[in-house]
Design a protein around this ligand. Structure first.
Ligand code: NOJ
Length: 757
């Protein structure tokens, strides 16, 4: 009945739209969609148009201090002054609001409900940085698929994810939300997550629209301080920060979010070069751009706008379509149109983009598609979803050290001490941005261990110390418990809140009295394993020197305790690799593997690029991770020593499991361009593959490289590959590789347009 009303209001017939992952389809002519959107637009008043561009948070408190706030919201809704809600969840709740929009507003335009579904809805998966440590984009796609299906059952049409910001500075708390420091790895995860959220087609009931964010260079915040200025050149922007965004656009991300930061003096919400020249004109993005939370209003603080009206004008002109929370479009743009400062055509275009996303999501056909109370009860936190989270958790764990095969532990050890406040904490394993995740759903490490050990094993717990307090009074008890045990599992790190939005840290060591705790337990001489939990690389040089075994477990979500126990006791063999370089001390930051050589690369000589007091090298290099088995690599074999612009270079390498256990290895291929017209990184990741090998098994991996893999922005900002010599490196991490040279033939630089693959 309601569907008819919507159809009647706009006066045309329409069908559910679908969106596919192929760029060709993204750009295909969609006459039915265009006709439909234009026909709705043609009936809209300016007020209704501005309403579509307005996104509000929450439906308003009916009883709280805001008193009539909810009534006022509902009034806005009836008048078509709200196009979208964020932070409103639940099949029934969203249905009730949707009903008002489609039954009581003049044009019956459905709402779109958005939420930060970052690493799971109710079934919380590993945080994105952890997922990236799996080097398994398909796993990330599966996780996003499950998150989307759960969110869609609970009334959500749209997630503000994936976050694809490259982060080279672990002080920046939001490093936890992305895939780390590398553009290629980041692009693979960006595309996978978009595919996962959007499924086989945006119009299906278990798909939600993705938002690729934050556009752009948000992770380049000076000093790692959130929201701070980014000073990156156009070349670094394009070579390093933009590739994951472009990959997400190529994977058909329905929407994109502008970032809070400025780049070289231009705040992203005012950056027409980014939001229009690059995004629309170069990349042909036809989805919707949403502001970040009050991002348009913040143009006043950036002081590129003197008042709200100017902020609204600047943002609209730059290419921000929907205003998250600041309500500036709603209140200020009318006057701009009247004063002829703002052409109606610009507003129309923004409205079209909003309507288009709603159309693609199938909301005009069935506004209640994603609000299903029955599925909300049955399809959430299922056994299968939990099993998927456990598998994702195991795959994300990185073994950083394992002297004398301390790990895996025996399940029948007589007594085991489990120490550290984080070990018993079920909230912390969920990490940050937990959507509807609940601590009571989560398995802390202590519980996972208790379930895993033999019935003869005594597990004793002591809190010892926590990341949030300097109180060391519990350390003595922890030492006593450790001294009476055969082995110790010590869980230390950060809380989920320490690495997230507005959670930058100036230090990268273990917070609170945890360093003291580690030293005291080490002094007992007991066999010990440190389980790290954190959302950023931690500078743990001292621990690396003194502790025999270290497992990096990030924040693994609802099944963390079980996944960690699987690895501690050898039911799973760790195969994750670091998606970020880990510094020795905070003073090395920013430190990343794909750096430039400099005019004075570090040697033992004095006048070279290094520090007086610490080595130049990181504590753990990008791509590093051990296993309970060992792997050997052959030297890479290349199909040719010279290639031309149209050729592909085939690379083969043998990887052998040389140990006695089955295990996963992530083989990594890097390329170095020996000489360029501008300086080139010392190496760049271009391919990787996670594989499982039985003991003694040898596998030959085959990759093909093309001209696109050699491209960069040259002196005059053309994307080119330059003839000359290159090297291919293949190995187990960025610092441990075998290499082989080849030459790209040609007289001049070869243009390589930045097209979707
Ligand atoms: C601000 C954050 O920067 C952004 O990532 C998030 O999606 C919005 N708030 C909405 O919660």
């Amino acid at each position: 009945m309601i569907m008819k009303r919507v159809g009647f209001a706009v006066g045309i017939a329409f069908a559910t739209s679908t969106t596919s992952v192929a760029q060709s389809q993204r750009l295909t002519n969609r006459p039915a969609e265009t006709r439909f959107v234009d026909s709705v637009l043609a009936r809209m008043t300016l007020a209704e148009k501005l309403g579509q561009l307005n996104q509000v948070s929450g439906a308003g408190n009916p009883t709280g201090p805001g008193g009539g706030e909810r009534a006022a919201r509902m009034d806005q809704l009836r008048h078509g002054a709200i196009g979208s809600f964020l932070n409103v969840v639940g099949a029934d709740t969203t249905k009730a609001l949707q009903r008002i929009a489609v039954e009581q507003s003049r044009l019956h335009i459905p709402l779109i409900f958005g939420l930060d579904v970052i690493h799971g809805m109710r079934t919380i998966f590993p945080v994105p940085l952890a997922e990236a440590a799996s080097w398994d984009p398909q796993g990330a796609e599966r996780a996003a698929r499950i998150a989307a299906a759960e969110a869609a059952a609970m009334g959500i049409d749209w997630t503000f994810a994936p976050m694809v910001d490259i982060a080279r500075d672990p002080r920046w708390g939001r490093i936890v939300e992305g895939a780390g420091e590398d553009p290629y790895l980041g692009a693979a995860f960006a595309a996978a997550r978009v595919r996962g959220f959007q499924g086989s087609g945006l119009g299906s009931r278990d798909a939600i629209a993705a938002t690729v964010k934050h556009f752009a260079a948000y992770g380049a915040a000076e000093g790692g301080r959130d929201y701070n200025v980014a000073e990156v050149s156009e070349r670094t922007l394009r070579d390093v920060y933009l590739p994951p965004f472009h990959a997400a656009v190529c994977a058909d991300a329905a929407t994109l979010m502008a970032s809070f930061n400025e780049i070289s003096g231009v705040p992203s919400h005012a950056n027409r070069h980014l939001l229009t020249d690059i995004l629309r004109n170069e990349w042909k993005f036809d989805g919707m751009v949403v502001s970040d939370w009050t991002g348009i209003g913040e143009l006043l603080n950036h002081a590129v706008a003197a008042d709200s009206a100017q902020a609204g004008d600047v943002a609209m002109h730059a290419g921000v379509d929907m205003d998250m929370v600041s309500e500036i479009y709603l209140h200020a743009l009318r006057a701009s149109v009247a004063a002829r400062r703002m052409p109606m055509a610009e507003i129309d275009e923004a409205v079209r983009r909003v309507l288009r996303v709603k159309y693609r999501l199938g909301l005009f056909t069935d506004p209640y598609l994603r609000r299903d109370a029955a599925r909300e009860r049955t399809a959430i936190l299922t056994t299968e979803n939990r099993a998927a989270a456990r598998e994702a958790g195991r795959r994300a764990i990185v073994l950083l050290k394992n002297d004398q095969s301390t790990l895996p532990l025996r399940k029948d050890v007589a007594s085991l001490a489990v120490l550290g406040a984080l070990a018993a904490d079920s909230a912390v394993v969920l990490g940050n941005w937990t959507a509807l995740g609940r601590r009571e759903d989560a398995v802390p490490v202590l519980d996972g261990i208790r379930r895993a050990v033999s019935s003869r094993t005594t597990v004793t717990y002591a809190r010892g110390a926590s990341p949030t307090s300097d109180d060391s009074s519990g350390i003595a008890e922890a030492v006593r418990v450790a001294s009476g045990a055969d082995a110790v599992v010590l869980v230390v790190g950060e809380t989920g809140e320490m690495s997230a939005e507005a959670e930058s840290r100036s230090r990268l060591d273990l917070p609170g009295a945890q360093k003291e705790l580690v030293a005291a337990i080490r002094a007992t001489g007991k066999p010990m394993v440190v389980v790290l939990m954190n959302g950023r690389p931690l500078a743990i040089e001292r621990m690396q020197e003194t502790v025999p075994a270290i497992l990096e477990t990030w924040f693994l979500g609802v099944e963390a305790g079980n996944a960690i126990a699987d690895v501690l006791f050898g039911d799973a063999n760790p195969g994750g690799k670091l998606p970020v370089t880990v510094p020795r001390v905070v003073g090395q930051v920013p430190i990343y593997y794909n750096h430039k050589n400099t005019g004075r690369p570090p040697t033992t000589e004095k006048y070279t690029s290094k520090y007086w007091d610490i080595p130049y090298t990181p504590l753990y290099p990008f791509g590093f991770g051990l296993s309970y088995t060992t792997f050997a690599y052959s030297v890479p074999r290349l199909s040719a020593t010279t290639i031309g612009a149209g050729d592909s270079l085939r690379v083969e390498v043998d990887v052998t499991n040389t140990g006695s256990r089955a295990g996963d290895e992530v083989a990594q291929l890097y390329v170095r361009d020996d000489v360029g017209s501008v300086t080139r990184p010392v190496m760049e990741l271009k391919r990787f593959q996670r594989l499982t090998l039985r003991p003694g098994e040898r596998r030959t991996l085959r990759w093909s490289l093309g001209i696109g893999d050699l491209a960069f922005y040259d002196l005059v900002m053309r994307r080119v590959a330059e003839p000359g010599t290159f090297r291919v490196f293949v190995g187990t991490n960025s610092a441990d590789t075998h290499s082989a040279p080849f030459t790209l033939r040609g007289m001049a630089s070869i243009p390589v347009p930045d097209r979707c693959p």
